[in-house]
Design a protein around this ligand. Structure first.
Ligand SMILES: [Cu+2]
Length: 599
């Protein structure tokens, strides 16, 4: 980013803004999300020692009243602003009747300060205060959340911004946008319903009318074959998200789409938007119709600027973008859930009260063979899957041929797009002999890199959508060694039983750690054998994504598409035990969780 920052000008601009913004402050919760953005220093926790109190409170969420877990009385919690180079001291007091915790997501710190009960510490008992203290050695956009049970689903989360040591944010103004998914239901009921029937929240299932339409369009044979295939897999082609807009209210800074969170700008200003996906289960597609966005950071770490019209943000990821509106008019922040079951929105406006059109929601996408990355996916005949297989085995074989065809045309497309060969393409994926056991209902026979694909529902977008292949680190990272060792982990699941796991074993069935040798440079290969997207999060260490770019982008959360394989370089420089898990809350709870030990 350029150093066009000009303090004098910025102060002037803000002075002009203060009067109109001040009137709006009184009704705003959380306070840090006031329309003028940063610079109302009293709304963020900037003292040397920060105190956070966890409790619960009745709060208005849209037109209803919910009982979220609050942090200092707010949901989402306060914006914590730290400065690179300082020592952070954060005292967290638990006023709940159950244990709690705070994990500082994406922050590099000693293992004992990482906030995962049972891994980094014992948790915070009711009535107790835990004093977190660590040196802040990075800057950027991060967040924090509970790592206890399903508390995160109740709003136990908030933004964490670390200012760079030189104070230069590369913009005249900044706004922090945290997206979340709220339910008025008890999260434990949500979990129970998922276990009973994975498709419980999927009200968009195909109907006979959809099928008739397909028959008309594609002919009987093709339609019948596809139905048989989905039947055999016991899933609906619309199973994109486990929990959907049928129960969720999607929030932007705690506000519903009707509440319309507002952010102010002045024409000509460079505005930095810090976008955080604090959802329990929801990927969002984020855009501002009519406004180009320049992506300048991913997961808090700087990347070479990329101009886009839209990006998908997986659960737990953060992106920073710069926008520079040239017209004195309102723009809509539009965050659509990736299964298209709902959205949230806000407004970027030169004066309060203006609104812009809210775009229509796009139509639901189906998990077609190609979109699923199903080419050559092998239905392992184990457990419950087997029963469903018998009647349609023949069709599955036919599907196999169809699949090969799709794969070839995809590969050709890939070749035309790029001649880069990723390290992971040269690595043979190993499936264990039992095919990872009953916890893995299927395995991807030919997993492939999908880093240049925008993901399901965005394949045919007519505008520029960010893909992982676009991300280039702003500078090289300190450890340039070639990896000495390779570890391969498979993301596995049995949708029907709502079992989610690594290598077919849920956390409760695993003994021992995933071991990293202290000081080594290693390559972690992840293979997604399931038919869903999973955002995989490593605590304590960065993962450098081998996406064919140099410098590699580094991330704390990597989202894998169905049937995808990726490779990551990691410097095992953080001694201790660290959580490693899928950041979809109910997947983690179901068992997609491991502990990495660095020793
Ligand atoms: Cu998952």
């Amino acid at each position: 980013m350029s150093n066009s920052f000009n303090d004098g000008r910025r102060r002037f601009v803000l002075g002009a803004m203060t009067a109109s913004a001040a009137t709006a402050l009184t009704n705003v919760s959380p306070l840090w999300a006031a329309p003028a953005g940063r610079h109302f220093k009293d709304q963020v926790l900037t003292g040397d020692i920060k105190h956070l109190t966890i409790s619960e409170a009745n709060l208005a969420i849209g037109s209803q009243t919910g009982l979220p877990i609050t942090i200092n009385g707010q949901m989402p919690g306060p914006l914590i602003r730290l400065k690179e180079g300082q020592r952070a001291q954060l005292n967290v007091t638990n006023q709940l009747e159950q244990d709690t915790s705070i994990h500082w997501h994406g922050i590099i710190l000693p293992a004992g300060m990482d906030g995962v009960p049972g891994v980094s510490f014992a948790g915070i008992k009711p009535g107790q205060t835990f004093n977190y203290a660590f040196d802040v050695e990075q800057n950027g956009t991060y967040w924090y959340h509970s790592h206890s049970g399903l508390q995160e689903q109740r709003g136990h989360l908030g933004p964490l911004i670390v200012e760079p040591a030189d104070g230069d944010i590369g913009a005249d103004r900044e706004h922090t946008i945290i997206l979340s998914d709220w339910t008025f239901a008890d999260p434990h009921d949500v979990m129970r319903k998922l276990k009973v029937a994975e498709g419980y929240y999927n009200y968009q299932k195909r109907t006979i009318f959809d099928t008739l339409k397909d028959v008309e369009k594609e002919g009987l044979a093709e339609t019948w074959r596809e139905r048989a295939m989905w039947g055999a897999m016991r899933m609906s082609p619309r199973d994109i998200a486990d929990v959907t807009g049928s129960t969720y209210t999607y929030l932007m800074n705690g506000r519903t789409p009707e509440d319309n969170w507002q952010a102010l700008f002045n024409v000509g200003e460079k505005v930095r938007l810090r976008i955080i996906n604090g959802s329990a289960m929801t990927y969002f597609d984020f855009r501002i119709p009519g406004l180009e966005m320049t992506v300048v950071a991913a997961d808090g770490q700087p990347v070479k600027p990329v101009n886009v019209d839209e990006f998908r943000i997986a659960v737990a990821e953060t992106y920073d973008v710069i926008v520079q509106p040239q017209e004195r008019k309102a723009y809509t922040f539009f965050a659509e859930s990736f299964d298209r079951s709902g959205y949230t929105r806000g407004t970027l406006t030169p004066s309060l009260g203006l609104t812009a059109a809210v775009p229509p929601q796009r139509t639901i996408t189906e998990r077609g063979m190609a979109a699923m990355g199903m080419d050559g996916m092998d239905m392992q005949q184990s457990g419950d899957m087997k029963k469903g297989m018998a009647s349609s085995e023949m069709d599955m074989k036919k599907m196999g041929q169809h699949g090969e065809h799709t794969m070839h045309s995809d590969m050709m497309k890939g070749d035309m797009k790029s001649s880069r060969v990723l390290p992971v393409e040269k690595i043979d994926i190993v499936h264990s002999e039992e095919g990872h056991g009953p916890g893995a209902a299927m395995i991807a026979q030919n997993p492939r890199p999908r880093l240049d694909e925008p993901g399901i529902g965005l394949e045919n977008s007519s505008h520029r959508v960010l893909v992982y292949a676009d991300l280039v680190g702003e500078h090289a990272w300190p450890d340039e060694r070639e990896p000495e060792r390779q570890i391969e982990l498979h993301l596995t699941g049995n949708m029907e039983r709502y079992m989610w796991s690594f290598d077919g074993k849920k956390f409760s069935e695993v003994d021992g750690y995933v071991r990293f040798n202290y000081g080594e440079r290693l390559r972690l290969i992840l293979v997604n054998d399931t038919m869903m997207d999973h955002p995989i999060h490593l605590h304590g260490m960065w993962m450098e994504l081998e996406n064919g770019q140099y410098p590699r982008p580094r991330k704390h959360t990597i989202s894998l598409k169905p049937g995808e394989k990726v490779s990551l370089q990691i410097s095992a420089d953080a001694p201790g035990e660290w959580a490693f898990h899928c950041h979809l809350l109910y997947h983690m709870e179901a068992g997609m969780f491991r502990v990495v030990q660095v020793a």
